[in-house]
Design a protein around this ligand. Structure first.
Ligand code: BES
Ligand code: MN
Ligand code: ZN
Length: 504
């Protein structure tokens, strides 16, 4: 999407649609600067006839037949709030772009009044643009028609944001750039999640990681293959991947800020099962269909890295993932096998479908003992149980560290991503005791999301750590939020970028 920000009045502009917000309690006002009083009055009467009462999120599209400059008017309800905040503007941007795309509008103008009402113009523009980019997202790489052809035919190409003066133009520009950066980062994660597992295999994840590093980025990327992983002791992950024809890969990215000299180190760990068939504990087919999404945690980490070189946070950021595919075959790991993680902990494999935690055992051990960071945050499509507990709009958060938890909730508030805290209830450690090994990989159906987190906790020791179970939120079946479209959501990317931006 192209954006232009103008501080001139309406005259001379041509567009397929003009967007205005309508407040519920205001004396309604439409068309200032571009409609004749008669037409403006007629439109208000038509809105009344349609019983459009400007509730937050309501959208109404009217054709401006015969109007010289604008072909359609898109009216969005803003509700009662005098100053709207980021959530509202993000939703508004997403709803407007979805409405605009439905009648193939190419060029869309936002009335200056719209951003003027934002509590903060920079944040307002940022959220609006996030909504436009995320809500207008289409995944069409696998259509006969190419993505460019699709865009040309169906999607908006240009957005004009109008400002009242130069100062507000400057603020809107700043917010727009940031919103675009964050949305594009989330979109990398969406694309990766939406790509079929036949193409998004460990080698492909490596390629993407490498493409984000190199000269001028401040990012380095280390890739370790089977031999190296063996030497590092990542035997648990190798076991999970041993049924697949795809070679396992371990990836370690580092972003180093130019200052300060001794920055805080933060590690982001992502689950990277490029496909999860369940292994020999094979999933029933209805549960297997979407399991290309099982690398969404690592996709989110890569999304974050895509934005880091421009966002330039002042902390050192590490990205770690172990990409493997969980397949049944003559060489697959078996229920009952005992595998050894990088830190020496032995794991009894009760069920080969609880594979994510087995690979995370190595990844978290590496983060803890090799990187020695000040914080670890992992994202994983870890359990079906978290969906039962919280549904598909909310991520489960486990975190024993007060400061880290508060910072993450703060970042989530800004990004509009929902999460809910779940307990690291220590007595349930009983449930994952093994008769022959140090731990077993499942603790039964009851409390399944808690026991999965307690399993991971064993590998992080005293490092402040947060675990985000994104099994429900990584992928949207329905467009249950305006900024989501069916498919990968990019959950966590903007949240983590917000978190890293304020971290010191
Ligand atoms: N990748 C799945 C979890 C999942 C389920 C992600 C639904 C996204 C949507 C994970 O590896 C898994 O299979 N978990 C099992 C664990 C069980 C065997 C203890 C589950 O949740 O059923
Ligand atoms: Mn599984
Ligand atoms: Zn899995």
């Amino acid at each position: 999407m192209r954006y232009s920000i103008l501080s001139e009045p309406f005259s001379g502009l041509q567009a397929d649609a003009v967007v205005e917000g309508l407040f519920q309690e205001d004396k309604p006002k439409i068309g200032e600067g571009y409609l004749s009083p008669e037409l403006s009055k007629a439109i208000l009467a038509e809105l009344k006839r349609r019983e459009f009462d400007a509730k937050e999120g309501d959208v109404c599209v009217l054709p401006l037949l015969g109007h010289r400059t604008f072909k359609h008017l898109i009216i969005v309800g803003v509700g009662k709030k005098r100053n709207y905040e980021q959530d509202q503007l993000r939703s508004m941007g997403a709803k407007v772009i979805k409405a605009a795309n439905s009648f193939h509008a190419k060029k869309i103008v936002f009335h200056p009044e719209l951003l003027k009402r934002a509590k903060d113009q920079v944040e307002g523009a940022q959220a609006l643009v996030e909504g436009i980019e995320l809500g207008g997202y289409h995944f069409s790489s696998y259509r006969k028609r190419t993505a460019e052809e699709h865009t040309k035919k169906h999607q908006a190409e240009e957005i004009l944001l109008l400002a009242f003066d130069r100062q507000s133009k400057f603020k809107i520009e700043k917010g727009m750039a940031l919103g675009k950066l964050l949305a594009e980062a989330a979109i990398l994660a969406r694309d990766m999640v939406n790509t079929p597992a036949m193409d998004m295999h460990p080698e492909q994840m490596v390629k993407i990681a490498q493409s984000l590093s190199g000269r001028g980025t401040g990012i380095t990327c280390k890739v370790v293959d089977r031999g190296g992983m063996e030497k590092l002791g990542m035997k648990a992950s190798l076991a999970v991947g041993q049924g697949s024809m795809h070679e396992p890969k371990f990836v370690h990215l580092v972003y180093r800020p130019s200052k300060p000299k001794h920055p805080k180190k933060i590690v982001l760990v992502g689950k990277a099962l490029t496909f999860d068939s369940g292994g020999l504990s094979l999933k029933p087919s209805e549960h297997m269909t979407d399991m290309k999404i099982d690398m969404a945690g690592a996709a989110a980490v890569l999304g974050v890295f895509k934005a880091l070189s421009q966002l330039k946070p002042s902390v050192e950021v590490h990205g770690v993932f172990i990409a493997v595919e969980n397949m049944p075959s003559g060489s697959a790991y078996r229920p009952g096998d005992v595998v050894t993680a990088m830190d020496g902990t032995t794991i009894e494999v009760d069920n080969t479908d609880a594979e994510g935690r087995v690979t995370l055992a190595d990844a978290l051990s590496y983060a803890t003992h090799k990187i020695k960071p000040q914080a670890i945050i992992d994202l994983a499509t870890l359990t079906g149980a978290v969906i039962i507990a919280l549904g598909s709009d909310m991520t489960g958060l486990f975190c024993g560290n007060k400061e880290l938890k508060a910072a993450l909730f703060e970042a989530a508030q800004t990004s509009g991503e929902q999460m809910w805290e779940l307990p690291l209830y220590q007595p349930y450690r009983e449930l994952i005791k093994s008769k022959i090994a140090d731990v077993k990989n499942v603790g039964g159906r009851a409390g399944g999301v808690i026991t999965s987190a307690l399993f991971l906790e064993k590998f992080v020791h005293d490092v402040p750590w947060a675990h985000l179970d994104i099994a429900g939120t990584a992928y949207a079946e329905k467009e249950s939020k305006p900024e989501w479209v069916q498919g990968g959501t990019g959950w966590g990317v903007r949240l983590l970028l917000n978190y890293l931006r304020q971290a010191k």
